[in-house]
Write a protein that binds this ligand. Structure first.
Ligand SMILES: Nc1ncnc2c1ncn2[C@@H]1O[C@H](COP(=O)(O)OP(=O)(O)OP(=O)(O)O)[C@@H](O)[C@H]1O
Length: 297
């Protein structure tokens, strides 16, 4: 399986801020990756380095096997959709499509036109006259119709209503299944994308905290709640991801599955076991008072 992005110890510093702090991960060809994390976690900075808009302060970053910065061959395979996209004055929706045709070698004009219809975007409307949500829809149309081998969506749906967001997920999945490519999607709407993404990269304060197949996380992460001492007795060992303490009580986030004897032991110790959603997992790992189990003692 080919690797599209390889990061080894990649860092981006702004004076005293490490926006991205020595991260190492890889992104394989043909997968939908969710880049999750709180505000200021480093998601946009990471995407800007991958797309050659920023140079790393340290480490080694390759995209399609080469460094992306000022590398036309690499950049021609990338489409980066971000909320802050600017267009020239007087640009209409049709001009944005014209640019897509020129910029992206695999551009599909028919798909773009179908998506414009789905999202109810008029070809002749000036981009500056589009509503906030309509501008987001336009970004989504470009991102999907580009069919770029590596497509990055950085929180692509500011102002988009629930119907339009669902349309985005549906169209992305449908087109991806016919034309597999690598998609990196940053979002705060974790519940909404939890069935869509195949792999989770969770970044917090510039560091990768979770780099896991979504299937491994879906339904297999459990929350164990009860007296701290009982959780200690359960000796979860390597299963335990995080623990929060609330006086004598604690809540441990646990990577399952637990076998039947572990489950019945948890019950006999008076512990409560519930399945953890991806969103709950992300919240519990990245809450500012959450501590990794190694330091939670
Ligand atoms: N040009 C810059 N100069 C100084 N600090 C910066 C700059 N760009 C980003 N940062 C800092 O780097 C950190 C990461 O920012 P980044 O925009 O990558 O976060 P993010 O995960 O995309 O956040 P959000 O979800 O809010 O968009 C933040 O602390 C931010 O203040």
């Amino acid at each position: 399986m080919n690797t599209v992005i390889t990061a080894r110890g990649v860092t981006k510093r702004y004076h005293d801020v490490s926006a991205v702090d020595s991260v190492s991960f890889s992104v394989r060809e043909n997968g939908i990756y969710g880049l999750l994390g709180r505000n200021g976690a480093g998601k946009t900075t990471l995407m800007q380095m991958v797309t050659g808009q920023l140079v790393a302060s340290g480490g080694e970053l390759t995209v399609f096997g080469e460094r992306p910065y000022e590398n036309a061959a690499v950049l021609s395979n990338i489409c980066f959709i971000k909320e802050s996209q600017r267009y020239p004055d007087g640009f209409k929706v049709r001009h944005v499509l014209d640019s897509g045709r020129i910029l992206f070698p695999r551009w599909d004009d028919q798909l773009a036109r179908n998506l414009l219809r789905d999202f109810q975007l008029p070809l002749g409307r000036g981009v500056k006259k589009l509503s906030r949500g309509m501008r987001s829809s336009l970004g989504i149309v470009i991102g999907l119709a580009s069919r770029a081998p590596l497509t990055l969506f950085d929180e692509p749906y500011l102002g988009l209503d629930a119907v339009a967001r669902q349309l985005f997920y549906d169209r992305l999945l449908a087109d991806y299944s016919e034309h597999p490519r690598t998609v990196l999607l940053s979002t705060h709407l974790i519940d909404e994308v939890s069935d869509l993404i195949e792999h989770v990269l969770l970044i917090d304060r510039g560091r990768i905290l979770l780099d896991e197949e979504a299937d491994t996380l879906r339904g297999q992460v459990l929350t164990v709640t009860g007296p701290s001492s009982a959780i200690d007795e359960l000796t979860l060992g390597a299963h335990e991801l995080y623990r929060e303490r609330m006086g004598a009580l604690a809540r441990a986030t646990v990577r399952g599955p637990l076998d039947s004897s572990e489950r019945s032991r948890a019950e006999s110790l008076g512990l409560d076991l519930t399945t953890t959603s991806l969103q709950q997992l992300v919240v519990s790992i990245t809450r500012s008072d959450a501590q990794p189990k190694e330091t939670a003692q």
